[in-house]
Design a protein around this ligand. Structure first.
Ligand code: AMP
Length: 122
């Protein structure tokens, strides 16, 4: 197996080879709590198909799944933070992407308080 084809940490979570705090799953996507949260609510919504490294590839290759990621993000935001949320896709190392298996960050304030502008900054 080449380095390129090593499963990502998210594939390991999908395959239950490493644990995660899973909050949603269907045939197409899985969602779990980010291990290093940057906001009171910080979830990741991940297509199960590992073929797409970033959101541009997903939009071009399978826009239906991108729409499903957005739908699930809204459903989870409604459950965890009152329906208002920030949806972030990092694309490329210089933009902060560290896992090259497309995923959406769902960031929210929780049910009391607001998300500050700096809450995504490292
Ligand atoms: P990105 O920097 O956009 O590629 O986002 C990757 C995210 O995955 C980061 O916010 C990490 O904290 C998160 N992450 C990495 N490993 C795990 C894990 N095992 N469980 C949950 N979240 C993880």
């Amino acid at each position: 197996m080449t380095e390129e084809s090593q499963p990502t940490v998210f594939s390991l979570i999908i395959d239950r080879k490493i644990p995660a705090d899973i909050v949603y799953e269907n045939d197409a996507v899985i969602a779990f709590k980010d291990i290093n949260p940057k906001a009171p609510v910080h979830l990741l919504v991940v297509p199960k198909n590992p073929a797409f490294r970033n959101v541009s590839e997903l939009a071009a290759g399978d826009p239906t799944i991108l729409a499903e990621v957005v739908r699930v993000a809204k459903e989870l935001a409604t459950k965890f933070c009152g329906g208002e949320y920030r949806l972030v896709f990092n694309e490329g190392e210089s933009a902060g992407q560290t896992v090259f298996h497309v995923h959406a960050h769902v960031l929210g304030s929780g049910l009391d308080g607001a998300l500050t502008e700096g809450s995504l900054g490292d």
